[in-house]
Design a protein around this ligand. Structure first.
Ligand code: C2E
Ligand code: MG
Ligand code: MG
Length: 397
């Protein structure tokens, strides 16, 4: 790829770095390279015309205005170009800077130690010459409560199922039910309507429908000679209603499903509000052998001691500590520590977000019990499940 006419700003208080990096950029075909030895000077240039700069290489540790302050001001100016950090700060500081800039809505290409290799500079030039990825937030639509209420009443919500694989044997252990809203020809994903359901008192009805569909599908699979478990996501709001266990028991009975074929997944960040009522509900469910699982572990705020008080038997390590863990020391450390801790508490562990062979190798080596993710399969409609099980064979590594 060529990088014609890219306008690059280099900000560093060291003149040696400025000279070297500028020369390298020119040799790689950058259009205009402007060196700045102070953050405020760089900011002035961008304030004059935020669109006149395509890419900023930015040092972190500078007198007057450091890289972090510069980044904050760039975000205020609505700078739309790309950003690369180049600094001799330790990798953890670089990562935080990267995260901060991304959270501020800036387009961050990466963070590199000094001196930055020529081929990395070329790589960043190519990235910056490509189109800025569309912001995910901008593309997200949220639906209103009335529309969702109608969808619930008219049965437009459907379950898709994603397999969970037992790593020791390669066998299909179960499926997680993931709700989708069939809205005309479009399939709407849960992130776009679960918050609405929770805010407008519709989550109870939604969970009940998902649970009934899941048990009905499981009944059909069992009649076909299959015996996976199903996992259903429950919202914390469901655990404030003391009659929820009765509903679950009645549903199990209706479809003739043993309690231990069902797992309820609760997101960790939501587990701890209303502790006493939740404890009441969860204890009654687990007395009937319904499995309880902590979802997205590592993203919430509950203390380990609190987790141990509740009768969870499964812990799902959030995908942010699984995908890419083999290439990122802090992800790996958190992923492995979560798995180790769960084992110490005699809980089963599930790694979420296994997307590629590296993730698969990581979870196998980590001693995790089960794996789930796109590398195995995406969520599929209920009637695809038996065929998928028949064809499944674990990757040979
Ligand atoms: P979750 O329970 O953590 O479900 C896993 C999510 O990760 C699913 O997204 C799944 O499609 C996605 N996923 C699976 N494998 C991979 C992978 O390898 N890489 C990546 N990047 N993602 C992967 P989905 O279906 O969009 O669901 C999002 C969340 O919505 C769920 O997260 C769950 O918290 C919530 N949700 C889904 N169905 C229900 C439901 O019936 N009731 C409630 N209360 N919440 C639900
Ligand atoms: Mg889940
Ligand atoms: Mg999860």
């Amino acid at each position: 790829m060529s990088t014609p006419g890219l306008k690059v700003l280099v900000v560093d208080d060291s003149r040696t770095v400025l000279r070297l990096l500028s020369r390298q950029l020119v040799s790689l075909g950058a259009g205009v390279v402007t060196p700045c030895d102070r953050g405020d000077a760089a900011l002035e240039r961008i304030a004059d015309d935020p669109r006149a700069t395509d890419l900023v290489f930015c040092d972190l540790n500078m007198p007057n205005m450091d890289g972090i302050e510069l980044v904050r001001r760039l975000a205020q100016l609505d700078y739309q170009g790309a950003l690369v950090f180049v600094s001799s700060e330790n990798p953890r500081v670089l990562k935080s800077a990267e995260r901060l800039a991304t959270s501020l809505g800036l387009w961050v290409l990466g963070a590199e130690g000094k001196p930055i290799a020529l081929e990395r500079i070329g790589h960043f030039l190519e990235l910056a010459a490509s189109d800025r990825p569309r912001k995910a937030v901008a593309a997200r639509v949220s639906y209103g409560p009335d529309e969702l209420r109608t969808a619930l009443a008219e049965g437009h919500l459907v379950n898709h199922y994603q397999p969970k694989i037992e790593l020791a044997t390669g066998r299909v252990a179960g499926f997680e039910a993931l709700v989708r809203w069939r809205r005309g020809a479009e399939l709407v994903f849960p992130d776009q309507f679960i918050p609405t359901a929770e805010e407008h008192g519709l989550i109870d009805e939604l969970t009940r429908q998902v649970l009934l569909h899941a048990l009905a599908d499981l009944k059909r699979w069992r009649e076909g000679g299959l015996s996976p478990h199903v996992a259903v996501n429950v919202s914390m709001e469901n655990l404030t209603d003391l009659s929820f266990p009765e509903f679950v028991f009645a549903a199990l009975e209706k479809y003739g499903i043993p309690g231990d074929n069902l797992i309820l997944e609760v997101t960790e960040s939501r587990v701890m509000r209303d502790r006493i009522v939740a404890l009441d509900i969860l204890t009654r469910l687990s007395m009937r052998r319904v499995g309880l699982s902590i979802d997205d572990f590592g993203t919430g705020h509950s203390s380990l001691a609190q987790l141990r008080e509740l009768p969870f038997e499964e812990l799902k390590v959030d995908r942010s500590f699984v995908h890419g863990a083999s290439r990122d020391a802090s992800r790996k450390a958190i992923g492995e520590a979560s798995i180790g801790m769960a084992r110490g508490l005699e809980m089963r562990t599930v790694a979420e977000g296994v997307e590629d062979t590296e993730d698969w190798d990581f979870v196998v080596a980590s001693g995790c019990d089960l794996a789930q993710g796109w590398f195995i399969a995406r969520a599929m409609p209920a009637n695809s499940v038996p065929g998928w099980i028949a064809k499944w064979s674990p990757p040979v590594r």
